[in-house]
Ligand binder design. Structure first.
Ligand SMILES: [Zn+2]
Length: 99
């Protein structure tokens, strides 16, 4: 098992088995988060890194964690106007069924 070198905020550089690291996407394009439990202090650590580093971690055996679903944007006035128009249409249910 590959061992990865990561950084704990309290302990500095630590090494741990790749399988104990998870990599997840972030809302920010081009960045990923890797999270792990520090083998020294036991604290939950999270470290942002670029996609290339994240890919290296995954190749080294880290687990991919699905990113948290991004929150949908709030409905705006334009959405409400559109919805109002759609509701007026006799084929509204059919349109929504296709969406
Ligand atoms: Zn630590």
């Amino acid at each position: 098992m590959r061992r990865l070198r990561l950084r704990c905020a309290d302990c500095g550089e630590v090494t741990l088995p790749a399988s104990e690291v998870s990599v997840s996407g972030t809302a920010e394009p081009g960045r990923v988060n890797c999270s792990f439990r520090c083998p020294v202090c036991g604290g939950a650590c999270e470290q942002g890194c670029d996609v290339a580093t994240g890919r290296l971690l995954l190749l080294g055996g880290a687990r991919a964690k699905p990113a948290a679903a991004p929150a949908p944007p709030p409905l705006g006035l334009a959405d409400l106007v559109l919805l109002r128009e759609l509701l007026n249409r006799p084929d509204f249910v059919e349109i929504m069924g296709r969406a």
